[in-house]
Ligand binder design. Structure first.
Ligand code: TXA
Ligand code: MG
Length: 341
């Protein structure tokens, strides 16, 4: 299949190009498109055959449900049977934006979308191209991240091309994703809302908006409440060693590990948040010193290490506050080994 790449202006999306992509969605095809978090691989949420294509193109396990993306807040009622007060609060505060709500579903949502669960995940993205595409398609669009299953999520159209060129009819190129990690997924069907996946909206922001505590799901892999949590994710081909703990000790430990691996003739890459580092390795990538910057650069850095063919990636752990929680969640899932210092 020939994949067409449509360049679209993220500030004022060209109507004719959006319509071209929307026609593909309407006729049951797949379109990769930018959101503020990562690029998504979209299909008509109400067309089971189109939804099934997403799973086969990505190689995604069919028991991992998808997020339905909508263009306006009121569209949530088309998909969800109950929208509790806590959900309304969160929608008013954080939509459009990187927050996904898990709600009781309406019968019209196909089982392919929800993997047979009685809930549906819904989000209204902040990206103008994404919303224009949903509006022009006239249907909610389900979209997982537009990577091959298990690979780091795409934050540019180039990443989507790397994974899906020749497999889908259309990719919209709308520049780099602003946030760089996926949306926060929160289950609001329970009395105490539960964060199933940390992401673009921080737990601190959710607590403040709700004026009450939220719990964080840390269940075992076997009993994953959000099925996506049980799979290894975001994994580059290289072995990733995550070093976490006290920041000074982290750097000493990484410097030592770099020497050890070099002695074993391994090609070493280091991901650092220290601008003035003195690491000695084949590739040293500075990903910024704030959690926001690391989130934005993380997936691109992982793909670049693979392109540089390093054998081992040594990654500095971050403090688990704010966006640092989402970054650490992704790094732990990508890691083959975690070293605590
Ligand atoms: O930022 C994002 O959310 C991106 C962009 C494209 O919007 N999408 C994304 O989709 O990350 P995906 O498929 O890679 O991740 C969806 C997550 C998975 O962890 C899945 O298990 C969870 O949402 N999920 C979906 N429906 C659910 C449901 N009904 N109950 C619990 N978890 C659900
Ligand atoms: Mg994903």
């Amino acid at each position: 299949m020939k994949t067409v790449v449509l360049k679209v202006n993220p500030r004022s999306p060209e109507k004719s190009r959006i319509l071209r992509a929307a026609n593909i969605i309407k006729s049951g095809g797949l379109v990769a498109f930018p959101t503020e978090t990562v690029y998504g691989l979209g299909a008509n949420a109400l067309n089971p055959k189109a939804v099934r294509k997403i799973f086969s193109v990505k190689g995604r396990p069919s028991d991992n449900p998808l997020i339905a993306h909508i263009a306006g807040r009121k569209d949530v009622h088309k998909l969800a049977s109950i929208v509790p007060a806590s959900a309304v609060k969160l929608m008013n505060k954080f939509w459009p934006g990187p927050l996904t709500l898990v709600l009781k579903k309406k019968p019209l949502v196909p089982k392919e979308v929800t993997a047979g669960l009685d809930t549906v995940a819904v989000r209204m993205p902040a990206n103008k191209i994404a919303r224009a595409l949903i509006k022009a398609s006239g249907v909610p669009i389900v979209a997982p991240s537009g990577n091959l299953s298990g690979m780091p999520s795409p934050t540019t159209a180039r990443h989507v091309i790397q994974d899906l060129n020749g497999k889908i009819p259309c990719i919209i190129d709308g520049g780099s994703a602003r946030i760089g990690v996926e949306s926060t997924v929160i289950d609001v069907t329970t009395t105490t809302p539960t964060v199933l996946r940390p992401g673009g909206i921080t737990v601190e922001m959710l607590r403040k908006a709700l004026g009450k505590s939220v719990s964080r799901f840390k269940g075992s892999v076997k009993h994953a409440k959000s099925p996506g949590m049980k799979y290894r994710h975001y994994a580059p081909r290289a072995k990733l060693v995550l070093v976490e703990g006290n920041s000074r000790k982290i750097r000493q430990s990484i410097a030592k590990l770099a020497n050890d691996y070099a002695r074993k003739r391994k090609k070493v890459g280091i991901m650092t948040t220290d601008n003035s580092h003195s690491y000695n390795a084949n590739v040293v990538t500075y990903v910024g010193c704030s959690a926001e910057a690391v989130a934005r650069n993380l997936f691109n850095a992982l793909r670049d290490f693979d392109a540089a063919k390093v054998d081992v990636i040594l990654a500095e752990g971050l403090e688990e506050s704010g966006l640092g929680l989402a970054v650490m969640n992704r790094l732990r899932k990508a890691a083959s080994k975690i070293v605590k210092v």
